[in-house]
Structure formats: structure tokens, C-alpha cells
Design a protein around this ligand. Structure first.
Ligand code: LLI
Ligand code: ZN
Length: 254
């Protein structure tokens, strides 16, 4: 992990420990296999490896080498493919291969689960997963391998956007960190002469509260409602999201 404001090692460890809480509180040990729970924890640690603090759109619009590779190979999940490649490189080193004790069949399941979950963290695929999972929810079965994969992706992504489920003071620190990372990207975009979205422009007078209210309303409420509906014991996530939303609203009113 690099020394960037948001997508650094603390974000990976935060996602890992948050997944641990979601697995326990959501009783996911009863739904997923022991191997799948283990894979989720490892995936969280690798899911943003070598993040440069610049999003997929930056790589594509500035024609960075990784962006060019993505365009040439036809997969626009620029960073997510890069995180997977580095995860594989680390795991294939016997010194750090936590999958080494698995037989060939389970090793394949572990890598496939890890890769599916890292690729699912691309927000460009957010609505697709949420729709598929919501459709499967009424008949969700642990005997259905596809349903277990949906659940793994949902939990990985829930941890990835879990800042808004934390106590307000903690949530606010993450929000300030992501803001600074977006602004540093915007600075680089200005220097490269490409378009800068207002959210990435430090001279745009963005209000932190308004940014978080938008993120919560457009993405997080639906998402945590879906996961809390499917898994008992995760109701507190949506309650905390609602209470953080109210706190941000009261800041705007002032
Ligand atoms: C946050 C935030 O606040 C990450 C990132 C990403 C979530 C997962 C990478 C993967 C996009 C950004 C989400 C574009 C879709 C809609 C807009 C947003 C509001 C954003 C934590 C993110 C993570 O707050 C704690 C992420 N966003 N997205 O792809 N913002 C932005 C602020 C700057 N300040 O309050
Ligand atoms: Zn992440």
C-alpha cells in the first residue's frame, strides 16, 4: 500500500476488521463455508493493493500506462485488475501464500472468490450487483453457489463503503481523508489539462456535509438496507447510516 490520504493500508485493515464484524453479527458463518469466510478476510487486505490515490476514470482520461493497458485489453476496471495481479503475485510467493495448505480444488475456489470480490469493488458495477442480490434475496440459499458468491461480493463491498456505518467522529475522519485524495487527483487532472469534476476540485467550495449526504442518499441507504434485509443482525448498519445522515443534515442547516 502507498502513502495516500485514503486508499492506504489503514483502509485495507479497516475493511478486513469490518468484514470480521459483518460475518459475526450477520451470522455469515452459517451461510458461507469456512473457506469463503477466510477468503473474504484475505480479500479485504489485498482489495486495493498499490492504489495510487487516482481512480479508474483518471487512468483512462489521462492515458496513463495502466489506462492504455485497460483500453487495449478491453477491461475498464483499471485498478481492480491491477489489485488482483498484485494479490496473485504476493500469494504465489511461498513466504506469503496463505492458501498453501489448500488442495487444488479449494485453491481454485479461493482464488476465484478473491478475484470475483476484488473485481466487484469497482463502483461501475455497483447497481448490477445490488439488483442481482436483491432479486435473489427472497430465495437466498446456502446450497446455491451463485448465491454464496453474491453474498461474498456484497459483504466485501459493504466493508468497502462501511465508513458511513461507523460512529460519526470516525466516519467524518474517513470522509475528510477521501476528500483530500479526490482533491489531489483533481490537482493532477488540472495539471494534465483534462476535465475535473466538481467533487475533485478543491476550489469548488464543496461542503463535506453535502458530499456525505449525497453519498448516503444515493448509494449507502439502498445498499445497507439490502444487506440488512438478507442477513439478520446487520440492522445496526442501516441505523448508524441514518443517524450519520441526520448529523450531516444538522450541520448543513447551521
Ligand atoms: C465517499 C466516501 O464519499 C469509494 C470509491 C468510489 C467507494 C468504493 C472506490 C470504491 C465513488 C465516487 C462512489 C463517485 C460513486 C459516486 C461518486 C463520497 C462523497 C466516497 C468513501 C467513497 C468512499 O466517504 C467516506 C468512494 N467513492 N467512490 O468509487 N465525497 C467525495 C465526500 C469527496 N468528499 O464527502
Ligand atoms: Zn477499497
Amino acid at each position: 500500500y502507498r502513502n495516500v490520504p485514503y486508499h492506504n493500508f489503514f483502509h485495507a485493515v479497516d475493511a478486513c476488521q469490518t468484514i470480521r464484524t459483518f460475518i459475526f453479527d450477520g451470522k455469515l458463518q452459517d451461510f458461507l463455508t469456512e473457506l469463503e469466510c477466510f477468503v473474504l478476510l484475505i480479500t479485504a487486505l489485498v482489495h486495493d493493493l498499490d492504489h495510487m490515490g487516482l481512480n479508474n476514470s483518471f487512468h483512462l482520461k489521462t492515458d496513463s500506462p495502466l489506462g492504455i493497458l485497460s483500453s487495449a485489453s478491453g477491461n475498464n476496471s483499471v485498478l481492480e485488475v491491477h489489485h488482483c495481479n498484485l494479490a496473485i503475485e504476493i500469494l504465489e510467493d511461498p513466504k506469503s501464500n496463505v492458501f498453501i495448505g489448500l488442495d487444488a480444488g479449494n485453491a481454485k475456489l479461493a482464488y476465484r472468490g478473491l478475484i470475483d470480490c476484488v473485481l466487484a469493488t469497482d463502483m461501475a458495477r455497483h447497481n448490477e450487483l445490488l439488483e442481482d442480490f436483491t432479486k435473489a434475496t427472497p430465495t437466498l440459499s446456502k446450497d446455491n453457489a451463485e448465491h454464496r458468491t453474491f453474498a461474498m461480493k456484497m459483504v466485501m463491498k459493504a466493508a468497502d463503503i462501511s465508513n458511513v456505518t461507523k460512529p460519526f467522529a470516525v466516519s467524518k475522519k474517513w470522509a475528510m481523508a477521501v476528500t483530500e485524495e479526490f482533491y489531489q487527483q483533481g490537482d493532477k487532472e488540472k495539471a494534465s489539462g483534462v476535465d475535473v469534476l466538481p467533487m475533485f476540485d478543491r476550489s469548488a467550495n464543496n461542503e463535506l456535509a453535502k458530499g456525505q449526504i449525497g453519498f448516503i442518499n444515493f448509494i449507502c441507504i439502498k445498499y445497507f438496507t439490502a444487506i440488512a434485509t438478507a442477513f439478520d443482525g446487520l440492522q445496526w448498519t442501516i441505523e448508524n447510516v441514518q443517524s450519520n445522515l441526520e448529523r450531516w443534515k444538522s450541520e448543513v442547516a447551521h
